[in-house]
Design a protein around this ligand. Structure first.
Ligand code: GLN
Length: 232
């Protein structure tokens, strides 16, 4: 499954988060260290960040490791809040831009690491039916990200095989869930990184237990246990 990375903090370059670390998303696109499902994330990549309150995205269906244009421009892109991912498409899902995270409703940027049975998801008018993750994103946008934990627990109860690691940001908040895959947090002096796996061997990385909601704001980091609606 995919690998994701979010940032909330002081302004830093996109390359310092996505490309420069020894086990950055670029390296994770061909050699992830903790990925539970899939060996390689070659089916595209995306990054989104905020220009004031406006989300801006750069997405591609090509592998991140081969993108020399992004490598050239990323050191000039600066951000306080970012959501990025490299993709390994789930079986049967198309490799196209519409299926490539981050997704947006104009306010939030959101990525999904996992898979879900589309038939358990409620019908959603705004959903682009290209991929399980785009439909799930539309449901999460429609229910509101303040209810992220509840919605993930309800979808997880409806599909016991679902993996629902979500990463979302609105410019001042970073939210994430663990539901079936890995997630780690790095509290740096200049901000917080939330990532599917550590991008380096800094001993300050903390693993997030499964079935938790992570909330990052300027005030700090909160972890809350998620309970399945049916007690699973
Ligand atoms: N199911 C999503 C897709 O096909 C996400 C896959 C993933 O986490 N690797 O893109």
């Amino acid at each position: 499954m995919c690998r994701q990375l979010g940032w909330l903090g002081r302004e830093v370059t996109v390359s310092s988060l996505m490309l420069d670390p020894p086990h950055s998303l670029r390296v994770q696109s061909y050699a992830p260290r903790r990925q539970k499902h899939g060996m390689i994330n070659a089916d595209g990549w995306g990054v989104g960040f905020f220009d004031g309150v406006t989300p801006r995205r750069w997405r591609s269906t090509a592998p991140l490791w081969a993108d020399s244009s992004f490598e050239s421009v990323a050191p000039a892109l600066r951000t306080r809040c970012m959501v990025a991912s490299v993709r390994s498409a789930s079986a049967g899902m198309p490799i196209e831009l519409g299926a490539t995270a981050p997704f947006t409703d104009g306010q939030w940027l959101l990525a999904h690491n996992g898979t879900v049975d589309r038939t358990v998801l409620p019908r959603c008018v705004s959903a682009e039916p290209v991929c399980d993750s785009t439909i799930l994103a539309a449901v999460l946008f429609e229910r509101g990200l303040d209810a992220l934990g509840e919605t993930v627990a309800a979808v997880g109860a409806a599909d016991r095989n679902a993996r629902l690691n979500i990463l979302a940001a609105d410019g001042s908040r970073l939210l994430a869930t663990t539901w079936g895959d890995t997630l780690s947090i790095l509290r740096r002096d200049d901000g917080v990184v939330v990532a599917s796996e550590p991008y380096d061997d800094d001993p300050r990385w903390e693993d997030v237990p499964d079935r938790h909601l992570v909330q990052v704001t300027a005030d700090g980091v909160t972890l809350t246990a998620l309970h399945s609606a049916k007690g699973s």
